[in-house]
Design a protein around this ligand. Structure first.
Ligand code: PXP
Length: 239
């Protein structure tokens, strides 16, 4: 299972003071040294955390694959075409939200999503759609031409003891893989809830952000990445 670390909230701390530190690129490199398989950052339309210069720094200085999260807008597609990150994950975005809330609504403007995927793929970018684990949405993601789906683990993370949410992820992962999609997952994952996700065989990649940055206050960012990797490995050995 690949572990991608989302470093948005390193930039959140910096932007709280409109300062120059902490630098998310430097943090990302420490995550890589500590065993992250890739780095994720979300360039939001309102630039509330990650800035355009961060994206360039990440693209130039990372040694592992860079996953750019972004909304499906002309501005963002243009940035991705120019910078060519390894992977783009399309996410829904609303200005007033605190974090990404639901998955991408692939039924609302499927033509725009399909066209964006086509443009990104034509310059060699791997494409992923952040979606809810709902059968119809998984199926449509394949129709739209995505290489991968990222299943929204937020509902599971909010209800870790309700088996329905884990079952939905398990079913979504199985369905996605069966129709040729690579399956990722993310949102709200912590060392406490990651274990059950490790028992889903089709899952290839996890995107984890907030808990890593919050734990870094106590153990440093490298320590937080290592704690997460240990929790993942322990679950794999146990299962
Ligand atoms: N995946 C996606 C698509 C996200 O938008 C986020 C949050 O930025 C994450 C994963 C990471 O979620 P968290 O910060 O809760 O670990």
């Amino acid at each position: 299972m690949r572990l991608y670390i989302n470093i948005d909230h390193v930039a959140t701390i910096r932007q709280a003071r409109r300062a120059t530190e902490p630098d998310p690129v430097a943090a990302a490199r420490l995550c890589e040294d500590a065993g992250a398989d890739g780095i994720t950052a979300h360039l939001r339309e309102d630039r509330r955390h990650i800035q355009d210069a961060d994206i360039i720094g990440l693209r130039d200085q990372l040694r592992t694959p860079f996953n750019l999260e972004m909304a499906c807008t002309e501005e963002m597609i243009g940035i991705a075409e120019r910078l060519k990150p390894f992977q783009v994950t399309l996410v829904p975005e609303r200005r007033e939200e605190i974090t990404t809330e639901g998955g991408l609504d692939v039924t609302r403007d499927p033509g725009a999503i399909e066209a964006a995927i086509g443009r990104l793929k034509s310059v060699g970018i791997r494409t992923s759609l952040f979606i809810d684990a709902v059968p119809m949405i998984v199926e449509r993601s394949a129709w739209l031409g995505a290489d991968a789906i990222e299943l929204h683990t937020g509902p599971y993370a909010n209800h870790p003891h309700d088996p329905r949410y884990l079952a939905a992820l398990r079913d979504g992962a199985r369905q996605g893989a069966s129709i040729g999609l690579a399956v990722h997952a993310g949102h709200g994952i912590t060392v406490r809830n990651v274990g059950a996700l490790m028992t889903i065989p089709e899952l290839e990649e996890l995107n984890i952000g907030h808990t890593i940055v919050s734990q870094s206050v106590f153990v440093g960012i490298a320590g937080a990445v290592r704690e997460m990797r240990r929790a993942m490995d322990a679950a794999r050995v146990a299962s």
